[in-house]
Design a protein around this ligand. Structure first.
Ligand SMILES: [Zn+2]
Length: 281
């Protein structure tokens, strides 16, 4: 079932066990816009079935937040103008050349072009994958794009992000809602989860310039401003104490600066910032 955030904004909750991210629907007087297409044909179909029940204006646009497979593999199911930033477009070109039969999938997994989990989801949830070819996006933008759905403006912006270099967010000013995709997450390099210290503050600046009260994140429950501020606070406090590849030193520095032990989230972030130093070194 879709969650109703306001009269014009709905979302399908993320589902971790099936690697399904949050999907969004924004409705204007004339048209509707989708945020992320789901991780497969099946995921997209389930979302579309829920939308059909609502009697909303036709879906004219689909924005893909970034080129991670779980956000775009359902793309072909939407009869809509697909919008991506230029970097996402470049990254999707590789996927457009892929074949999705079992032999090809196994080959991509063996060469680390695809995760084993991705293969598993494709095999389960893309039924006609023998002939499946990923469509091309239709509209490519560089920095920002504004779309009016009919008394409902959406600001689409490529931002600096700790997750990927191609992260797009969607802000709906008159609802004070922002869809963040996975932009506020860390990233994994050589199986090491890390948070790019150098991008944390630039990313926060890009997001905080928007006056938002509700934040939708790819693989998290919906956040209000309070919860989001706690997240930023924990991240920045953790980042501040990481000055080398030593986890011990960082934790010690945290205790001195904050006169308490880090909580579980802060500890997780400290480790991720330390991992970033390790990745950089
Ligand atoms: Zn992602």
């Amino acid at each position: 079932m879709l969650n109703k955030l306001s009269d014009t904004i709905y979302y399908l909750s993320h589902q971790d066990d099936r690697v399904r991210p949050t999907l969004g629907l924004v409705c204007g007087d004339q048209n509707s816009l989708i945020i992320d297409s789901g991780n497969s044909t099946q995921h997209a179909k389930e979302f579309l079935l829920e939308i059909e029940k609502l009697n909303v204006p036709p879906i004219k646009y689909l924005v893909i937040t970034h080129a991670n497979w779980d956000h775009f593999l359902g793309m072909n199911e939407f009869d809509a103008t697909v919008i991506v930033n230029s970097q996402t477009n470049e990254l999707l070109k590789e996927w457009q050349s892929y074949r999705f039969d079992d032999n090809s999938l196994q080959k991509y997994v063996n060469t680390n072009q695809m995760s084993a989990k991705c293969m598993e989801i494709i095999q389960a949830d893309i039924p006609n994958r023998g002939s499946f070819k990923l469509n091309s996006p239709n509209v490519i933008f560089e920095n920002t794009l504004t779309i009016d759905l009919g008394n409902k403006v959406c600001i689409i912006e490529r931002i600096k992000s700790t997750h990927t270099d191609d992260s797009t967010i969607i802000y709906i000013p008159d609802e004070k809602v922002v869809f963040l995709g996975d932009s506020t997450n860390g990233r994994t390099t050589n199986s090491l989860y890390h948070f790019k210290q150098s991008l944390l503050l630039p990313m926060m600046k890009d997001i905080q310039k928007y006056d938002a009260e509700m934040f939708l994140i790819g693989h998290e429950s919906i956040c209000d401003s309070n919860k989001m501020n706690i997240y930023w606070e924990e991240l920045t406090t953790a980042s501040r104490v990481v000055k080398s590849t030593s986890l011990e030193n960082a934790i010690e520095c945290f205790k001195v600066e904050n006169k308490r032990d880090p909580n579980d989230n802060e500890l997780f972030f400290i480790q991720a910032f330390v991992n970033d130093r390790i990745v950089q070194s």
